[in-house]
Write a protein that binds this ligand. Sequence first.
Ligand SMILES: [Mg+2]
Length: 148
Amino acid sequence: MSIPNDATPCDNETTLADVKRWVKEFSVAREWERFHFPKELAVALAIEAAEVMELGRFKSHADVADALRHPEHRRAWAHELADCLWALVRLADVCGIDLASALDEKLKLADRKYPVDQSKGRHDKYTAYQEEEKLDLVPGGISSRDPN
Ligand SMILES: [Mg+2]
């Protein structure tokens, strides 16, 4: 295991490559590579994401915020998020996908889909902006951005 026993890693000092290596070494030591097919890891990621959702099930935003102030609940959230990260980095590694590069590409694509001037403070899908632009192009069209 390449995680030093006497040190607690932190986000500011850990790279995605480090995380990928830790998870791979953990898996190899247990001969789990034979189970780590992309589909199985994708299923594991979905299950772990559901476990995160379960922590907030039937709770208001305020209830979740309050729970996160308590160490035992915060630890439960941290563990489920770590499970998600585990599955995500293992899946990316098995697929030969560089996550930083993939995220960079997706952020650039999202920047085009969600221009700041149109999306700031809004939560609707980018297609809503396209619909508004179509309405703006129609003579006499009414845009939801129109104040009148
Ligand atoms: Mg879990």
